[in-house]
Design a protein around this ligand. Structure first.
Ligand code: OOB
Length: 539
């Protein structure tokens, strides 16, 4: 186990195993079995590359041997930051086979976020692409290594570079699967990142047992078979694309995963036609682009049978356009990196598919809607969604204080989402208690942007809210009290950017006020700010 860290209480882990919910298998073994059953079938497609199950399995073994030869050991943590390329998948399985825990970061992350992830996870390694979309990640890696002083191994996907071990060198190792350690299925396989309610992401430990169970349930609800071709539109380090059912669910059922370079319809529609993609998943802001493009598209999209959409709220007007435009069935998805997944089902009434986020993927999931005192509410009443079950975390990694607030005494995770359950047991998400702005697919913690703005000497006070936006779902609006002359939006953006954070966190709008409105408890009254923003938009 990881520094004595136990992701699940022993008694509960026993119960899930005894009931046969957890299969006691690692993700690495799952791929090994898939290679035995579906050996020559195509597991992955990217560009002109087709990779069979047998090839992927062998590739992962070579990489595991390579990582071991370069000093990584079971229990080590490695931050991995790669775009949607087959190497990402092989590297993930290689590291997992070695018992090394991946920390999935996003390509948009910069020095601030990566430094935080390295320090919080205690990572000894960091793996980057050479360059991606014009950004030199080797430079970033050097900066983080110098700043943290704890990264003993830097890896690069690309040409051999001074100070880095290249993936090509890792692959040159001679594998000996017999000598691989046997990771414990109950142990952490990787860390996902929280959407972030406070400053920076927290680490969500996901075990082999819990993740395989979740992906298997998701694949079953989606009725995946070896005839399916899953188009990975979203970045694959995102839980939705990785395992809901995503790549892992596809591998469990012997289908083919196609990796898209961008979610853009211009990239994705030709892939659907060419590879006869049957299933895909995306967030609403991407679906909006697809709906527009589908009107003019010449590609044949008829192979698509199921389109999963989730991650942010959608109106009925929006959901009702999806099936007619794409000719594929809509599945609404409510999910979170922390665990719980709810899906609408093929045989659900049409109206509930359009207006609800469906039911949990497992019968063992427990969902409660509670009022401010924590008392359960009946169907139809809005309250906070709390949940526990066989794939919902019991605690963030190295966050004891936060864990005390984020979980009830009996282990329910407080999602921070406002929701209701219908009489039929379907979940409907109504809003958020926690202050996360969802801009496009990106989750931004209001508090983090506030801190970044406050670093500017011209800003005396800052409160950041999300304001509705037709295209992105929400935009970042900063309410500021100036410390002197008002600083322009352009200058603020520049100042935030210069602090080395992901660009999606830059404010989109700025409003100056003489003072921030406060609640009776003395906290900034964000509801009042939201009302102000709304009245402004109307006017
Ligand atoms: C997905 O995961 P995260 O961890 O990036 O974000 C989770 C949060 C939820 O707590 C909720 O606030 C929001 O995103 N959310 C939705 C939603 N699905 C997620 N809000 C409204 N309607 C929905 N359908 O976003 C995620 C993970 C796996 C699958 C799908 C989405």
């Amino acid at each position: 186990m990881l520094d004595g860290f136990t992701p699940w209480p022993e008694d509960i882990a026993h119960r899930y195993r005894d009931r046969g919910i957890w299969r006691g298998e690692t993700l690495g073994t799952m791929l090994r079995k898939a290679a035995r059953w579906y050996g020559d079938s195509t597991a992955l497609i990217h560009g002109e590359r087709h990779i069979s199950y047998a090839e992927l399995d062998g590739w992962a073994d070579r990489l595991a041997a390579g990582f071991a030869a370069h000093g990584l050991r079971a229990g080590d943590r490695v931050v991995v930051q790669l775009p949607n390329v087959p190497e990402f998948v092989a590297i993930a399985f290689g590291l997992m086979r070695l018992g090394v825990k991946l920390v999935f970061s996003l390509p948009a992350h910069r020095a601030t976020e990566i430094t935080h992830l390295v320090e919080l996870s205690g990572a000894v390694g960091y793996l980057v692409p050479e360059t991606h979309r014009g950004h030199d990640y080797r430079e970033l890696a050097r900066q983080v290594a110098a700043g943290t002083g704890r990264l003993s191994s830097l890896f690069v996907l690309g040409a051999k570079t001074e100070g880095f071990v290249s993936v090509a060198e890792l692959e040159a190792a001679v594998p000996d699967p017999q000598r691989l350690p046997e990771p414990d299925p109950a142990d952490v396989a990787f860390f996902l990142l929280s959407g972030g309610t406070t400053a920076l992401p927290k680490l969500i430990p996901r075990t082999h047992d819990d993740y395989l169970y979740m992906s298997d349930r998701a694949a079953q609800v989606c009725e995946l078979t070896d005839d399916d071709a899953y188009l990975a539109v979203l970045p694959i380090e995102f839980n939705f694309a990785f395992g809901c059912p995503g790549l892992i669910g596809t591998f469990l059922t012997g289908g083919t995963a196609i990796l898209a370079d961008t979610p853009n319809p211009m990239d994705c529609f030709p892939l659907i036609e060419r590879h006869r993609a049957t299933v895909t998943a995306m967030v609403p802001s991407i679906m909006a682009l697809w709906l527009e493009a589908a009107e003019w598209a010449e590609e044949d999209l008829s192979s698509l049978r199921l389109v999963q959409v989730g991650g942010a709220r959608m109106t009925r007007e929006f959901t009702s356009r999806i099936q007619p435009a794409l000719g594929a069935r809509l599945q609404q998805v409510f999910g979170m990196a922390e665990g719980l997944l709810t899906f609408s089902r093929p045989d659900d009434p049409a109206e509930s598919v359009l207006t609800t986020q469906g039911k949990p993927v497992s019968d063992a999931d427990e969902l409660l809607i509670v009022d401010e005192d924590g008392s359960p509410l009946p169907p139809g009443r809005i309250g906070e969604l709390i949940t526990r079950g066989p794939y919902t975390l019991r605690g963030y990694y190295r966050a004891p204080e936060h864990n005390r607030r984020a979980f009830t005494e009996d282990g329910f995770y407080r999602t921070g989402d406002l929701a209701l359950l219908t009489e039929d047991g379907d979940l409907v998400i109504e809003g958020r208690i926690k202050e996360t702005i969802i801009r496009g697919g990106d989750k931004i913690a209001a508090g983090e942007v506030e801190d970044l703005l406050l670093a500017h000497p011209g800003v005396a006070a800052a409160a950041v809210i999300g304001v509705p936006d037709e295209f992105l779902g929400e935009r970042i609006c900063a309410y500021l009290v100036a410390a002197g002359p008002e600083v322009s939006l352009a200058e603020l953006k520049q100042a935030v950017h210069a602090q080395g954070v992901a660009d999606y966190k830059l404010p989109d709008l700025v409003r100056y006020v003489t003072e921030l409105p406060l609640t009776p408890l003395g906290k900034v009254d964000k509801k009042a700010l939201a009302a102000h923003a709304a009245s402004e938009q109307e006017g």
